[in-house]
Ligand binder design. Structure first.
Ligand code: F6R
Length: 243
C-alpha cells in the first residue's frame, strides 16, 4: 500500500486528482469506479478539464427510493459534481437504479454490467466512520456481489447532514459488493478529517474483519491511500511508511 499524507483537504484533493488524471492519460478508455460523499468533491473539481471522452464509470452505490432528479440521489450528485462539467458521454456513466421496482433484480443487472466492464482500472473509495466502503456496512460476513443493504444507524446519522431531517434519510441502499472492489486493478481511497482517524487505523492496522469492511483492503495488492494529516494521524502512530 502507498500512503500519501497531505497537509489538508485541498492538498489531498490535488494529490488524488493527479493520480486519477495520470490513470486517464495512461489509459484513455479507463473504467473508473466512482464514489460520492463529501470527500471526493474537491478531487472531482480538479478533474473538470481531464479528457473523459472515452472513460467509462461505474458508481458504488445509490439510495433505494431516490430517482436521479432527487438532489440527494447519488446519480444527481455525480451529474452535478463531475459529469456535467466534463466531456464524458452520459451513456458511459453508470449508477445503480434506486427506483427499480425490484431492487434484487437491479442488483443482478448491475453485477452483469460490472462483469462486462471488469476489471475496474481504478476504484475510488471514501471511508465511513464505521469502516464501511460503498455501503458495505459492518456485519458478519463480506458480501461479494451487488446487494441491497439496510443502512446502519451510524451511517444514517452521518448522512443526515445532507437531508432536511434524519427521518428523510433512506433506510436502504444498493451497493456494489466487495468482490468488484477487490478485483479492481487499483484502489484509490481518500480520507479527510479527524473523524475518520479511528476508522483509518482500524481498517489498515487492525484485524481483517467484516466488522470493519474496509479492512479487506489489506488483502488488495495495489491500494493508494491519500489522506490529510488529521485522518491519517492514527496510522502515523503505527509507524507506517508514508510517501
Ligand atoms: C459513497 C460511499 C460511501 C462514502 C463514505 C464517506 O458513494 O460509497 O462509502 O464514501 O460514507 O462519506 P464522506 O466522504 O461523506 O465522509
Amino acid at each position: 500500500m502507498k500512503v500519501y499524507c497531505e497537509e489538508n483537504y485541498d492538498a489531498m484533493s490535488k494529490r488524488a486528482a493527479r493520480i486519477m488524471r495520470e490513470q486517464i492519460e495512461k489509459k484513455p478508455d479507463s473504467v473508473l469506479g466512482l464514489a460520492t460523499g463529501s470527500t471526493p468533491v474537491g478531487m472531482y473539481k480538479e478533474l473538470y478539464d481531464a479528457d473523459f471522452s472515452r472513460v467509462i464509470t461505474v458508481n458504488l452505490d445509490e439510495y433505494v427510493g431516490l430517482d436521479g432528479t432527487h438532489d440527494q440521489s447519488y446519480r444527481y450528485f455525480m451529474d452535478n459534481n463531475l459529469f456535467y462539467h466534463t466531456n464524458i458521454k452520459p451513456e458511459n456513466t453508470h449508477v445503480p437504479d434506486g427506483t427499480s421496482r425490484d431492487a434484487e433484480s437491479e442488483c443482478k443487472r448491475y453485477d452483469e454490467l460490472l462483469e462486462k466492464f471488469s476489471p475496474i482500472d481504478m476504484q475510488l473509495l471514501g471511508l465511513g466512520q464505521n469502516g464501511h466502503i460503498g455501503f458495505n456496512e459492518p456485519g458478519e460476513s463480506f458480501i461479494p456481489n451487488t446487494h441491497v443493504v439496510e443502512l446502519t444507524e451510524s451511517t444514517i446519522e452521518a448522512n443526515a447532514r445532507f437531508f432536511e431531517s434524519k427521518s428523510d434519510v433512506p433506510r436502504k441502499a444498493i451497493t456494489m459488493g466487495v468482490g468488484a472492489i477487490m478485483q479492481a486493478k487499483c484502489v484509490l481511497m481518500l480520507v479527510s478529517g479527524e473523524n475518520k482517524a479511528d476508522a483509518v487505523k482500524a481498517a489498515f492496522s487492525g484485524p481483517i474483519t467484516p466488522r470493519v469492511p474496509a479492512s479487506i483492503l489489506q488483502l488488495h495488492p495495489n491500494v493508494i491511500l491519500v489522506g490529510d494529516k488529521a485522518a491519517l494521524s492514527g496510522l502515523i502512530e503505527t509507524g507506517i511508511e508514508l510517501c
